[in-house]
Design a protein around this ligand. Structure first.
Ligand code: FES
Length: 149
């Protein structure tokens, strides 16, 4: 009896401290081809220090389609968005968006100039791109962040 109650409490604690977020599901999901993504980072690691505050963002290199990278954006204390860096104007392994230095919640393609919102499901806001950035699932169990398909 005691162990049964204890296991219920443990299950509740695990569910309460971790959450899976599919914050962005959009009809543009298949513009960028599927590649397996399984990334786990420790947000306390010094190289991810920008994720310590809301609005923080980083680029994880050599992941996602064509190894173009994945942008992670911290929306709030427990909500993160993750996007494939592949520019959706002309999908290739040579067209990767970067963090927009002129917009802390934006990404920009350095070749075609398309701009995307990181708070708004990677939606394009200007330029030639008409499709949102591809998003990935994220689960956060402090301090570990998992990004996956
Ligand atoms: S797509 Fe080739 S540049 Fe944005």
């Amino acid at each position: 009896m005691f162990y049964k109650s204890l296991s219920k409490v443990l299950i509740f604690c695990v569910l309460a401290t971790s959450a899976v977020f599919v914050s962005c599901i959009n009809p543009d999901e298949n513009v960028v081809p599927w590649v397996e993504v399984r990334v786990r980072i420790n947000t306390l690691d010094a190289k991810y220090i920008d994720l310590q505050s809301d609005g923080g963002r980083i680029v994880i290199k050599n992941e996602g389609y064509g190894n173009n990278g994945i942008i992670v954006y911290r929306l709030s204390e427990s909500i993160f968005n993750a996007y494939d860096c592949t520019c959706t104007y002309e999908v290739s392994d040579t067209c990767a968006v970067t963090l927009d230095e002129g917009n802390i919640a934006g990404a920009v393609c350095p070749v075609c100039g398309s701009k995307f919102e990181l708070v708004n499901c990677g939606m394009p806001t200007s330029g030639k791109a008409r499709h949102s950035l591809k998003s990935y699932r994220v689960s956060y169990n402090e301090p570990y962040l998992r990004i996956f398909n």
